[in-house]
Design a protein around this ligand. Sequence first.
Ligand SMILES: NC(=O)c1ccc[n+]([C@@H]2O[C@H](COP(=O)([O-])OP(=O)(O)OC[C@H]3O[C@@H](n4cnc5c(N)ncnc54)[C@H](OP(=O)(O)O)[C@@H]3O)[C@@H](O)[C@H]2O)c1
Length: 297
Amino acid sequence: MASMERITLTPDLSLSRIVYGMWRLGDVDDTSPKAVQAKIEACLEQGITTMDQADIYGGYMAEEIMGAGLTQDIRDQIEVVTKCDILAPAGRHSDAPGKYYDTTRDHIVASVDHSLRLMGIDKIDVLLIHRPDPLMDHHETGAALDALVASGKIGAVGVSNFKLHDWTLLESAMASKLVTNQLEVSLSTHDALTNGDLAFLQERGVAPMAWSPLGGGALMTADTDLGRAMDAVAGDNGVDRAAVAVAWLLAHPASIMPVMGTNNISRIKGFSDAFNVKMTRQTWFKLYESALGHEVA
Ligand SMILES: NC(=O)c1ccc[n+]([C@@H]2O[C@H](COP(=O)([O-])OP(=O)(O)OC[C@H]3O[C@@H](n4cnc5c(N)ncnc54)[C@H](OP(=O)(O)O)[C@@H]3O)[C@@H](O)[C@H]2O)c1
């Protein structure tokens, strides 16, 4: 396995700096165990060991698709992140009347048990609350999460799409500390850089994860000033746009962990190219200004 920078979340847990996201794992014709193994192995060859899942991905099917491809040997080399709290009428929740969030104890515990069974594992390394739930009773949710840590079913707890007040509310009712916040951050969605989301985590010494780091693919095909600015940096560094978009995130001092979402093996094999981009302060700002559509003041 090649060496890859790692981010320490707790004394017992570190994640690879680049994470492989499995939201789209079921969106291809070949979802066989062999195809899943090929994707994970292409990650492992680069030292990318962290796999990002959610109960709801693929209509509550993506965890099972991944699980079918997990040999014990692969399981021993990876960290599994998954999420819960979004209910939508699909798969095992097809009788849900519509979309809603559920952070009750019963739902979280049942969701964790499903995730463990579907992935065929006995521990989730990090469980994230997927979206802030306006009806969250932080005492109930916090106690349920602490109990899951104590039981050994989950190694650590994090959140996703939380604002700082959502974070402090939940953490105030927990014995364990929240270990990460998975936020949308990219050259196309960069509010977190200025709205306090990243600053709050930096102040706490917590490394965020960045979802859709390529803007869900839109950044790769954009025929815009930003697209041309990325192409120029890519050309100078002998890499593609994806590497530039990821290098832009890696250069931020918050220790952002980009969560990559391609199903394409050759694109997976190129994830580490981001580390070969020379991202000077001037280049970073040139890309930022292209993303903003104007000069910084
Ligand atoms: N916490 C949350 O609320 C949340 C929300 C969304 C996502 N996520 C996580 O973040 C992960 C990544 O999200 P994402 O899939 O949107 O990330 P992304 O890496 O920004 O986008 C991936 C998409 O871009 C396409 N793409 C990549 N390279 C391309 C290229 N050179 N040309 C054209 N298209 C290209 C991929 O298609 P190909 O497969 O064809 O390469 C794929 O459809 C997810 O898997 C999930 O784990 C979390």
